[in-house]
Design a protein around this ligand. Structure first.
Ligand SMILES: [Zn+2]
Length: 383
């Protein structure tokens, strides 16, 4: 049955009750890595209607300079971006590479980078907090310093991996608190007090504390949420030790998932947006543990649609559709200051399965495949 109440925001509307026609979306936190597998990772994003991405700078070595050729100690935004463009990224409408904040980052780099147009964002990694995070600088030593002041002046976004570094055992993860809640309770208020105009994206938030902090913060503080944190809790990871679901920050508890679902359900709230944190690992299990990161290339919109449905929001009707479209396609571009895509992609409420992605580094297992999970949505086209 056609839905006459649904008007959409674009052209070529398709709607037969089960088909969703959307502007192409933006993944404002993803990992494309480097090397021979790069084209496959970029293609997997293009195949799922993704119009652009913010590509994380935790390469080896990190993207720690703005310009210049690759050096042994650092890539530059310019050189990594060129690499991504050559690997198929030139088809993206937007491609943002943040600068990895290290001890070598200077206010001068920020000012010159912003003036050149290459520098749109910087990335805070808690030292040793996740994959290739060993170059990170503690938040304590950044707050009040010249680098953040220059970012604040120039309107450069601070992308934050919000976990307190250096914690272990019960301080790292316990029922009442964890590295993320500590960070959002103790570090972020201090950061905002010292840098009231700094534009901030709280990335891949996982907890009620972080979601409530962002919701109450000024409009220039936004957040990305991954599909896995909307869909799963620690129980899903632990029961059967489903290591494909292992990512950092790790999935949390039911009250946390409920808070994330509430955040994306609020029609008055436009500060939460898609950032998959898709992180391909050709070798996921290592001799001493497991690489952090869920690979959702090729299946992120389907997983987000499933997560919205589980949150009681149907992407197929009225308000639900509007919420889904804003989260996936519009809020992120609005936050970063670029237009939503004029191109479209289509999804259908029909089951599908996704296979391992063949890459030059070997097959990479997408999250639903690793979990033996059927997708209840399918990608059906792009226009
Ligand atoms: Zn990430």
């Amino acid at each position: 049955m056609p839905d006459s109440a649904w008007t959409g925001c674009g052209v070529d509307l398709l709607f037969d009750g089960m088909t969703l026609d959307l502007p192409k979306w933006f993944d404002l936190h993803t990992h494309f890595r480097q090397g021979a597998a790069l084209p496959a990772y970029v293609q997997a994003h293009r195949d799922m209607g993704c119009a652009g991405a913010l590509a994380m700078p935790n390469t080896q070595p990190p993207v720690a300079r703005v310009t210049g050729p690759n050096a042994e100690t650092a890539w530059s935004i310019q050189s990594y971006r060129d690499e991504l463009l050559a690997a198929g990224g030139s088809a993206f409408e937007q491609l943002i590479v943040p600068l990895y904040l290290t001890r070598q980052t200077t206010a001068e780099m920020i000012e010159q980078g912003a003036a050149s147009g290459l520098l749109k964002a910087c990335k805070y990694y808690p030292p040793h907090g996740t994959t290739n995070a060993e170059h990170g600088v503690p938040m304590n030593s950044l707050i009040g310093g010249d680098v953040l002041r220059a970012m604040e002046r120039c309107g450069v976004v601070l992308c934050i991996h919000g976990e307190q570094h250096g914690l272990s055992g019960a301080e790292y993860l316990d029922a009442q608190h964890n590295a993320e809640t500590t960070f959002y309770r103790e570090r972020l208020p201090w950061l905002l007090d010292n840098h009231p105009n700094l534009r901030i994206v709280a990335e891949h938030i996982t907890t009620r504390v972080a979601a409530e902090f962002v919701a109450a913060a000024p409009a220039h503080v936004g957040a990305t949420i991954t599909p896995q944190h909307l869909l799963f809790t620690l129980g899903h990871l632990i029961q059967g030790l489903k290591y494909h679901l292992y990512c950092l920050p790790v999935v949390k508890f039911e009250e946390d998932r409920a808070a994330l679902r509430l955040a994306v359900s609020n029609p008055d709230q436009r500060k939460f947006f898609a950032g998959t944190d898709s992180a391909p690992h050709a070798t996921k299990v290592t001799p001493c543990g497991c690489a952090a990161g869920c690979f959702t290339g090729g299946c992120a919109p389907q997983l987000y649609a499933m997560a919205f449905e589980e949150s009681g929001i149907s992407p197929l009707d009225g308000l639900g559709r509007d919420l889904f479209e804003h989260f996936l396609c519009r809020n992120g571009p609005a936050f970063y200051g670029f237009p939503a895509s004029m191109e479209r992609f289509q999804m259908e409420r029909r089951t599908s399965q996704i296979q391992a992605l063949a890459t030059a580094a070997g097959p990479v297992t997408p999250l639903p495949t690793g979990l033996g999970m059927e997708l209840t949505w399918s990608l059906v086209g792009q226009s």
